[in-house]
Design a protein around this ligand. Structure first.
Ligand SMILES: Nc1ncnc2c1ncn2[C@@H]1O[C@H](COP(=O)(O)OP(=O)(O)O)[C@@H](O)[C@H]1O
Ligand SMILES: [Mg+2]
Length: 390
């Protein structure tokens, strides 16, 4: 293949922060991005060449997008796999990752079954449809995380159930069609951003440690502060997952490290992922650039660490929605080790992801103390930011 610039135009279903960072990464490669998103002036719109305002599963909108681009991808699981496949076929435009992969991943039960069938380690799980059925599973597993099969994100759609007596309420809360997973008493959560390129080539980024509170990612630490054995196991599991998935692109592979040092797959995102934002500063080729390269079938860029990195998410305040005016930014701008990313959302709703900051350490010092210090400093800088009026 001979690659010429200006490059092709990439169509992205979804125009949130992931679409915005994809467009930022595509720009120096000479790749224009057109996004499709129902929210006028969505976060990506300020960076992308154009936005089609339409729902993620709107057939007319997606066919229009396919007509205007050279390759199609998505940054949100709510994209419609059938419509994507049909639009790609009609306009002879490749769609990556494969819409079939998206379809499998969209349903957490189908996803987990498919992984288990492929021999990939996952927590014990069961489909549940009735409160009585859930009660039995809660007893058998000694506590579960109940998950809506579709549409959950940032912990929405998940309810921990530790007593059989909580079954009926939990099932009502997730809306009925659910799966129950053994509640994993994990040592830590980790994630691997994996890449699948042309001809099935795979690459992984260094294993990331992910720190959640209230089921929402707060900080990521790279490389993860885990043992060499666990790191090797996580890389091996991630590579198996990549072999199993169909279609080019970057995949966010969320993992649990158990108390025994085993590695289990929690879930997969067929797109760039919050736990890989640190790759913008911490590697030579970010997850976003590599997603663009992979989808286009271009050579992949290096995924090796150039600096230990910690990302801290900037979330909307827990108590109430506020106008999206972030205060206290000077301290972050004044910190030479920090890089700030603002997503351009117009409303700071409770716990909404509004931006992030990444701290890097240029010394490539692999000891844990360096990352401990980066994490404390990242938290300190992030906690100094606020949406409250002074
Ligand atoms: N089986 C489980 N056991 C214990 N904690 C879990 C389990 N499943 C999920 N969690 C916690 O909830 C978080 C969000 O769950 P996840 O299934 O990844 O949903 P989401 O789609 O919201 O990311 C996880 O990162 C983890 O902290
Ligand atoms: Mg998750």
């Amino acid at each position: 293949m001979s690659i010429t610039l200006p490059g092709p135009t990439l169509g992205v279903v979804g125009g949130g922060q992931l679409g915005r960072m994809l467009a930022e990464a595509a720009s120096p490669l000479g790749v224009d991005v057109v996004v499709l998103d129902p929210t006028p002036a969505c976060p990506a719109s300020g960076v992308a060449r154009d936005q089609i305002v339409a729902d993620f599963d709107d057939s007319d909108g997606i066919f229009e997008l396919a007509a205007r681009v050279d390759a199609l991808t998505f940054e949100i699981e709510l994209a419609d796999p059938e419509v994507l496949a049909a639009a790609g076929e009609e306009h002879d435009v490749p769609v990556h990752p494969d819409p079939g992969t998206l379809e499998t991943i969209q349903d957490k039960l189908v996803q987990t079954e498919a992984l288990a069938d492929a021999g990939i380690p996952v927590p014990e799980f069961a489909a549940v449809a009735t409160a009585r059925g859930l009660e039995r599973v809660v007893e058998e597993f000694d506590g579960v995380m109940l998950k809506a099969r579709r549409g959950g994100y940032d912990g929405r759609g998940n309810v921990p159930v530790h007593e059989p007596s909580g079954a009926a309420d939990a099932l009502a809360a997730v809306g009925g069609d659910a799966m129950a997973e053994r509640f994993v008493d994990f040592e830590r959560e980790i994630a691997v951003m994996g890449l699948k390129g042309a001809d099935g080539a795979t690459r992984t980024y260094p294993v990331t440690e992910t720190i959640h509170r209230e089921e929402i990612l707060r900080e990521s630490v790279a490389p993860a502060r885990a043992s060499d054995e666990v790191i090797a196991r996580a890389e091996a599991v991630a590579t198996d997952v990549l072999e199993f998935l169909d279609g080019r692109g970057v995949y966010g592979i969320e993992l649990f490290e158990t108390r025994e040092g085993d590695v289990l797959v929690n879930e997969i995102a067929p797109r760039p992922h919050n736990s890989g934002h640190w790759t913008i500063e911490g590697t030579r080729t970010s997850q976003f650039e590599n997603h663009v390269r992979a989808v286009l079938g271009w050579p992949l860029g290096p995924t090796e660490l150039v600096a230990p990195a910690v990302t801290a998410n900037v979330l909307g305040d827990t108590d109430e929605s506020r106008p999206a005016t972030l205060r206290g930014v000077e301290a972050v701008l004044g910190a030479p080790e920090a890089d700030l990313h603002w997503y351009g959302k117009d409303d700071a709703r409770p716990l909404r992801k509004m931006g992030h900051l990444t701290l890097t350490d240029g010394t490539l010092d692999s000891d844990g103390a360096t990352r401990d210090a980066l994490l404390s400093r990242a938290r300190e800088l992030r906690d100094g930011l606020t949406f409250r009026e002074a």
